[in-house]
Write a protein that binds this ligand. Structure first.
Ligand code: FAD
Length: 284
């Protein structure tokens, strides 16, 4: 494919906190492989309401101790301001300078309780700015196909702007398979005076059933042509991976050629799918 240069672009990888010893070992091996690509940072997801809090801290500690640039995710829904400030203080003391600030989603069946003081991500961004000034580079989430709870695209864009006005430095998008949705979203943002970099989130395709379940819950669309193709492979995982890698590599190429300021890979703690796309793009 293309010989896209990655100067001045930000490439990053997202991890989730593993729950078992095997998972921890797997994540560490994944990081050692992906780190050879010299990404700008690794981010680590965080369960809203603190559901995977300890796992996030353990993964972040290991990454920081390994000398790897780390951006912990932090969600505000279901946590008190004091709890959030304590976590931010901990990250500051560890020398962390990069955060992904989110509202988060509570796991189904978990009520808000009385402790959630911040309702939306823009309030979290304001809190970080108020207490830590310029210490953290703050990433926020963006939705080229719009957030599933937003009443309409205009309101969602207005709400995205609130995060930027509160002090977000850059954004990472929900994954998508339609490059036009991204380019139109960026265009709409620029028309509203939103100038921060908006880095596409990339979900490699390795398992159709899992992807379809995820996409339904987060509001990311799998276009009909892609869904039909993937469905037709049935249990043939190898063909799903080969075809998925081709499709996602092409998407990334379109995005970078069209001016995307980098790529953020949802790795699902696996190195090879992202590395294959990376090789297809001629990035290494
Ligand atoms: P917000 O920006 O607060 O938006 C949420 C909804 O509320 C939108 O519909 C928006 O239009 C509306 N809204 C926003 N502000 C206001 C306001 N002031 N008044 C009224 N309405 C408003 N989830 C996790 O739990 N842990 C993670 O680690 C995690 N990482 C993620 C990383 C990325 C890159 C992305 C794209 C998503 C991630 N998520 C994660 C999922 C995310 O938490 C959910 O999509 C969540 O539903 C919204 O979070 P947000 O930060 O975008 O919320």
């Amino acid at each position: 494919m293309s010989d896209s240069k990655h100067t001045h672009r930000t490439f990053s990888f997202e991890l989730f906190p593993p729950k078992t010893d095997k998972g921890i070992q797997g994540m560490r091996t994944t990081v050692s492989h992906l780190n050879t690509l010299q990404p700008a940072f690794f981010s680590v997801t965080y369960g809203a309401g603190g559901s995977t809090q300890d796992g996030t801290f353990a993964s972040v500690d290991w990454l920081v101790d390994s000398g790897i640039e780390t951006a912990p995710h932090l969600s505000c829904i279901g946590s008190s301001t004091d709890e959030i400030l304590e976590i931010l203080g901990r990250y500051q003391a560890q020398g962390i300078r990069h955060l992904v600030a989110l509202r988060g989603d509570l796991p189904s069946g978990v009520g808000l309780g009385g402790s959630g003081e911040l309702g939306y991500a823009n309030e979290l961004v304001s809190l970080v700015k108020q207490h830590f000034g310029e210490h953290f580079h703050i990433e926020v989430a963006a939705y080229p196909e719009f957030h599933p709870q937003a009443p309409n695209p205009k309101t969602d864009l207005d709400n995205f702007k609130r995060k930027v006005e509160a002090g977000a430095d850059s954004a990472i998008t929900q994954y998508f398979y339609n490059a036009d949705a991204y380019f139109r979203f960026v265009e709409d943002c620029r028309k509203r005076g939103i100038e921060i970099p908006i880095v596409p989130g990339i979900m490699p395709i390795t398992n159709f059933t899992q992807l379809a379940r995820f996409s339904d819950s987060c509001g990311a669309e799998i276009p009909r042509w892609l869904r039909k193709r993937l469905q037709a492979f049935g249990d043939d995982l190898q063909s799903i991976r080969t075809y998925g890698s081709e499709v996602v590599s092409r998407l990334c190429e379109q995005l970078l050629t069209g001016g995307a300021p980098g790529l953020h890979f949802y790795t699902m703690n696996r190195a090879e799918p992202s590395m294959e796309i990376w090789r297809n793009l001629g990035l290494s």
